[in-house]
Design a protein around this ligand. Structure first.
Ligand code: PEP
Length: 246
């Protein structure tokens, strides 16, 4: 089954109204891949208003709560109010810098799914975990924590982003073979519970994806696109990655 490719940019805490306007004006979208940009929350409405047709908008994070006394948080309903239909969940920076654990991340995934929004669930191992030979086990347990809460069938409506922590923002991407090996294991792990879901689910690779390595990554059978950090802020780089996903 051919899965549609997704190229998602994670702008992290970067940009200004001026730089966002410039970047969006330079992006070139193709019909045969979905292009998503995950903007800082403050700019989501602005990005929605300016994004050329074909660019979908994502939040970088969302609350696990509906509303109330949760200072600084942004709810699923607020995202829906802005017609934002995707949110990253469990990015490694959220896990490591803000102590988000698997249960908390699973609760956020559940909230998004209840609202018919699409979570982009980020998983991946640290360098120490890879060196200890625990890569598959770490990814599987991060997935299992979410399966335990939302069930396997819900993964038809979830996008997975495999992002080895050691490759994020380091310039040191996983090789296409390393990435494919983990993507295949993730798909097999899901297939143990549902082959239908495993065939359907889109698994993105993230970690120092750039124009020069994207085509090789996208050529792998279980890599369905990319979650791109630094290179998504540079129009020529991001455009070339989108082009490679055709
Ligand atoms: C990310 O932030 O999700 C990411 C993959 O960053 P980078 O592409 O800069 O490694």
């Amino acid at each position: 089954m051919a899965r549609r490719k997704i190229v998602a940019g994670n702008w992290k805490m970067n940009g200004s109204k001026e730089s966002i306007k410039q970047l969006l004006s330079e992006l070139v979208v193709h019909e045969n891949a979905d292009v998503i940009v995950a903007s800082p929350a403050l700019y989501l409405d602005y990005v929605q208003a300016l994004a050329p047709k074909g660019i979908l908008v994502a939040a970088q994070n969302v609350s696990d709560q509906d509303s109330g006394a949760f200072t600084g948080e942004i709810s699923v309903a607020m995202l829906q109010d802005l017609k934002v239909s995707y949110s990253l969940v469990g990015h490694s920076e959220r896990r490591s810098l803000y102590a988000e654990d698997d249960a908390f991340i699973a609760a956020k995934v559940a909230k998004l799914l209840e609202a018919k929004m699409t979570p982009v669930l980020c998983i991946g191992e640290t360098l120490a975990e890879r060196e200890a030979g625990d890569t598959f086990a770490v990814c599987q347990s991060q997935l299992q924590a979410v399966i335990d809460v939302v069930g396997i069938d819900a993964f038809s409506d979830i996008v997975i982003a495999y992002e080895p922590v050691w490759a994020i923002g380091t310039g040191k991407s996983a090789t296409s073979e390393q990435a494919q090996e983990v993507h295949a294991d993730i798909r097999q792990f899901l297939a143990n519970e549902s082959t239908v879901v495993a065939e359907k689910v889109q698994i993105l690779y993230g970690g120092s994806v750039k124009a020069s390595n994207s085509a090789e990554l996208f050529a792998q059978p279980d890599i369905d696109g990319a979650l791109v950090g630094g290179a998504s802020l540079v129009a020529t780089e991001f455009n070339a990655i989108i082009e490679a996903a055709k």
